[in-house]
Design a protein around this ligand. Structure first.
Ligand SMILES: N[C@@H](CCC(=O)N[C@@H](CS)C(=O)NCC(=O)O)C(=O)O
Length: 202
């Protein structure tokens, strides 16, 4: 497989899941900070110009975090990335999608790159403030879901991988998180797979 990855971005979450599976993968770095995702060579592979993206063993490309996470969980069941049974699976997907499409896309994206949306500095400041509110309230919800557990939905799974990258971002941007989420971030960071992901960033 070939994995298109920009360390420090949301593809960290898929990197973590890939490392958890132990599957053989070639990691190709696409630095989204310097615009490599818009290079014609990359667009020829992934016209969306985004990471994460994964070329699977049959050569077909898969994009979008929740879809890749589901595919990995189903394709490598020995990694136990998804609980068993339809209700548990759909809850894991529901939470993963909330983290990616709400906390990340509607929260952190506005905090990190307001200039993508508006030019006026005052309007940018408003977007940043709004993004922070969305991120903070989404993270507060995650803390409720976590409760006193070790991971969000019982054992480590796809939603934790999504939580990992937004928690890393929260810490880097000094967005407050609960002690429980702080402990979750540390617990995930201590997994052997997280060490592999740090190696892919070096
Ligand atoms: N909906 C996509 C979001 C992916 C995404 O926004 N990726 C960012 C990195 S965190 C990216 O590639 N940004 C580059 C760009 O938008 O030009 C998913 O679920 O994978």
């Amino acid at each position: 497989m070939k994995f298109f990855h920009s360390p420090g971005s949301c593809s960290d979450g898929i990197a973590l899941l890939l490392a958890e599976t132990g599957a053989a993968v070639e990691v190709q770095r696409v630095n989204v900070r310097t615009g490599e995702q818009r290079h014609p060579d990359y667009l020829a592979t992934n016209p969306k110009g985004k990471v994460p993206a994964l070329i699977r063993p049959d050569g077909r490309l898969l994009t979008e975090f929740p879809a890749i996470a589901l595919w990995l969980a189903r394709s490598y069941p020995q990694a136990a990335l998804m609980p068993e049974g339809l209700e548990a699976e759909v809850r894991a997907l529901e939470l993963t999608d909330f983290i990616v499409s709400s906390i990340h896309m509607r929260g952190f994206t506005l905090v990190s790159v307001p200039g993508k949306f508006v030019q006026d500095p005052a309007a940018q400041a408003e977007l940043v403030a709004h993004g922070r509110t969305v991120a903070e309230s989404g993270l507060a919800y995650l803390s409720e879901v976590l409760g006193t557990g070790d991971y969000l939905l019982g054992g480590f799974g796809i939603a934790d991988a999504a939580a990992w990258y937004v928690l890393n971002w929260a810490k880097a941007r000094e967005i407050p998180i609960s002690d429980r989420l702080d402990a979750l971030q540390a617990r995930i960071s201590a997994r052997p797979a997280a060490g592999i992901v740090r190696g892919w960033a070096a």
